[in-house]
Design a protein around this ligand. Structure first.
Ligand SMILES: CC(C)(COP(=O)(O)OP(=O)(O)OC[C@H]1O[C@@H](n2cnc3c(N)ncnc32)[C@H](O)[C@@H]1OP(=O)(O)O)[C@@H](O)C(=O)NCCC(=O)NCCS
Length: 174
């Protein structure tokens, strides 16, 4: 099946390419991006794992992630998508990150509804879950604006940088 490229007012959503390695490394090693994010890399070589993960999600129908770019000039602004796709329970986990130079432009406000609409209509999802480190106010504020409902917090449920962290559960129901 051809990769489902999407578009919205200011953005296009395309398949990741090998040429995106440096951009993904820049994002997933940037201190502001990885502060509350579950994945980070300390080398270009290690970042190849992330591109392989995107590819494997597509090939195994366990998810779908897009490279998000500006429509006007193709500049890469970030990534968003779904993993842990349960066909049986019609649900998946959502993820989203933007390069800091593209924060504060409403790209999540535009991008999240776009990929979620695809997920509900073409991936036959009924529920989309977001697991957000409870201190990540930027993310919480942004996803609440696009309809995610707070369902509760898993207290001290993970260890990050040697400290226990709590994770808030958000969900969007079709
Ligand atoms: C989470 C994250 C994507 C939020 O990015 P963001 O740019 O703050 O969020 P939005 O796209 O919703 O932008 C909203 C802001 O853009 C402003 N904005 C500018 N132009 C806008 C437009 N056309 N439409 C809407 N908002 C606009 C809004 O005023 C708002 O600013 P405010 O927050 O000061 O009120 C970003 O902080 C990030 O990448 N964090 C690191 C990764 C991460 O933690 N991901 C976890 C999962 S979300």
């Amino acid at each position: 099946m051809a990769f489902p490229s999407l578009q919205s007012d200011r953005l296009v959503y395309r398949q990741f390419q090998a040429e995106d390695l440096e951009l993904v490394f820049y994002g997933l090693s940037h201190p502001e991006v990885i502060r509350y994010y579950g994945v980070s890399y300390d080398s270009l070589e290690a970042t190849k794992e992330q591109l392989a993960w995107f590819k494997n999600l597509e090939e195994t129908k366990t998810g779908l992630w897009w490279a998000i770019c500006r429509k006007e000039d193709g500049v890469f602004v970030g990534a968003g998508g779904f993993n842990d796709w349960s066909h049986e329970h019609q649900k998946a986990e959502v993820g989203f990150w933007l390069l800091p130079e593209h924060w504060g432009k409403g790209y999540l406000q535009e991008g999240m509804p776009t990929i979620c609409q695809y997920a509900f209509e073409r991936m036959n999802l009924h529920r989309i879950e977001g697991f957000v480190v409870d201190d990540n106010q930027n993310c919480r504020k942004a996803i609440e604006k696009v309809g995610y409902k707070y369902e509760g917090t898993m207290r001290d449920c993970e260890v990050k940088d040697g400290k226990f962290i709590s994770v808030a559960i958000y969900a969007l129901i079709r």
